[in-house]
Design a protein around this ligand. Structure first.
Ligand code: FAD
Ligand code: 2HG
Ligand code: ZN
Length: 481
């Protein structure tokens, strides 16, 4: 149950004098949504929620917090999957929301960059780029809500990684408020800049433990002139990998997204998301959603797509396929994929495994992991899906139909261990794109121990010696700062 007692603190007047009355939320009815996560896994309690409107305001606030020993939790759209933006339950941590820091500071079509503030939702940033005749190709299903600062702090991946890389690959410069309130003015829009340690990359993937990103320079690319999307029904996960390799061999520059969906995952979308229908004749056990695009005019993408699919039909690696003939159809096909997270949430208690393996190992990984979890819980619903083109599978597990949800979640640790044991066999990672947060911090010592964790702890201590910046996240418990 969320705590309903109003919070009081001698610091509130001082914070209001820095941010104005609208810059601070103290009533629990106003702060409650900032104190829990999208998955409903964590219930915290915020001291209050501060909402600065500019970088100088945010810097003054962080300086005040540092001087007064107030731990802070940066928060963007609060769509994170690992509890990284949720404050601790003890009511001592101040949530700092970036949602009022929302300016587009510059967009340059020759440099192909946009300089944008942290609180802009990713979808809004994409629209701003498009309005200027450019494309920001970073895309995740939560893009309507997730904000630039959160997306960069988690180094989000998403649907277009296979072509454009992860969030960090699209960043040329950053502006960051450091734990003592200093501002690092690193908003350079240079394509070459070899001047020592590459500081911006420290803050991406740091999940708010080293500072608060307030603005970024993002790389843009030309708007595609041709786009093709197809949804294919497949006989096996191996067939999906084969199909991926065929598109890569044909024209890697045009392969923008290659997403895998299991039959079980698809069934849940069709069952729980109103208005979604399967646009293929028959149900299958495996599907792929593929997007091709190119900035070249008259590139003949449709002909290429049809010829790859035709050969794949003949070789029996594709059972059926539908091609989008309009933007509306393209969006409808993507909706099927993007609603997977929501459908699985509605299906009952679920355990997520956001893992990666080498692309070539993804079918074998899925088969072995399925055997491992079914041995633990007969009847468990195994619904893997995700970014197969970059080896990131969301190996998600849903409680058996009609089973007891809390009882299923009590086995979460065992299930994650079983999946991770298989991930390890393939030299994979226990966190591909969602990060660590508080969900996986206790796994860090095991997976990133020795020199790697030692370096991370030294970096944390050097930048945030008093452990005031998102304490309790990312690093193993007891090892902060
Ligand atoms: P929040 O949840 O607010 O915060 C996430 C972390 O970043 C926290 O540790 C927080 O403290 C820190 N943080 C936030 N803002 C800042 C800042 N300005 N400076 C420093 N630290 C900050 N993720 C993917 O990678 N790929 C996907 O395809 C994807 N799809 C999703 C689909 C759905 C339906 C949902 C709910 C989530 C999905 N996610 C995905 C996870 C999530 O959207 C991403 O992690 C996203 O990057 C988080 O952005 P946010 O603004 O919501 O951050
Ligand atoms: C996606 O790819 C997100 O849709 C969410 O990363 C994954 O729900 C999940 O586990
Ligand atoms: Zn994903």
């Amino acid at each position: 149950m969320p705590e309903t007692r109003p919070t009081t603190s001698p610091h509130f007047d001082a914070i209001r004098s820095l941010l104005g009355d609208t810059g601070l939320l103290t009533d629990v009815s106003d702060t409650a949504s900032y104190a829990t996560d999208w998955r409903g896994l964590y219930q915290g309690r915020a001291l209050a929620v501060a909402r600065p409107a500019t970088t100088p305001e945010l810097a003054a606030l962080v300086r005040y917090c540092c001087e007064n020993n107030i731990p802070v939790v940066p928060q963007g759209g609060n769509t994170g999957m690992c509890g990284g933006a949720t404050p601790a339950p003890d009511g001592t941590q101040l949530v700092i929301s970036t949602s009022r820091i929302t300016k587009l500071r510059a967009l340059d079509r020759t440099d192909m960059t946009m300089t944008i503030e942290a609180g802009v939702p990713l979808k809004t940033a994409q629209d701003m780029a498009r309005d200027a005749g450019c494309w920001l190709p970073l895309s995740i299903s939560a893009e309507g809500t997730a904000q630039i600062g959160g997306v960069l702090s988690t180094n989000a991946g998403g649907n277009n990684t296979v072509r454009f890389g992860n969030a960090r690959d699209m960043v040329l410069g950053l502006e960051v408020v450091l734990p003592d309130g200093q501002i690092w003015h690193g908003l350079r829009r240079l394509r070459k800049d070899n001047t020592g340690y590459c500081l911006r990359h420290l803050f991406m993937g740091a999940e708010g433990t080293l500072g608060i990103i307030t603005a970024a320079v993002l790389k843009l690319v030309p708007i595609p002139r041709e786009t093709e999307v197809t949804l294919c029904a497949l006989p096996s996960a191996e067939a999906a990998l084969d199909l991926f390799a065929r598109f890569q061999a044909e024209d890697p520059a045009s392969l923008v997204a290659f997403e895998y969906m299991s039959g079980t995952g698809m069934d849940l979308v069709l069952r729980y998301i109103p208005g979604v229908n399967l646009p293929l004749a028959d149900r299958a056990d495996h599907y792929a959603l593929i997007e091709l695009s190119t900035p070249r005019a008259r590139a003949g993408l449709r002909a290429m797509l049809e010829s790859v699919l035709e050969a794949a039909f003949e070789d029996e690696i594709v059972l059926d396929a539908v091609l989008a003939d309009s933007e509306a159809q393209r969006l409808a096909l993507w909706k099927i994929r993007e609603e997977h997270a929501e459908a699985q949430k509605r299906a009952g208690a679920n355990v997520k495994n956001d893992v990666s393996v080498p692309v070539s190992a993804s079918p074998a990984f899925m088969a072995q992991a399925q055997t491992a979890v079914e041995a633990l819980i007969p009847g468990i619903r195994v619904a893997p899906f995700g970014h197969m083109g970059d080896g990131n599978i969301h190996f998600n597990l849903i409680q058996p139909e009609g089973a007891d949800g809390p009882g299923f979640l009590a086995r979460a640790h065992d299930l994650m261990e079983a999946v991770n044991a298989v991930v390890r066999q393939f030299d994979g990672s226990f966190s591909a794109e969602h990060g660590i947060g508080q969900l996986k911090s206790d796994m860090m010592a095991d997976w990133r121990g020795g020199a790697e964790l030692d370096l991370m702890q030294k970096i944390k201590h050097a930048i945030d010696p008093r452990d005031l910046m998102n304490p309790g996240k990312l690093l193993p418990p007891g090892d902060q700062g």
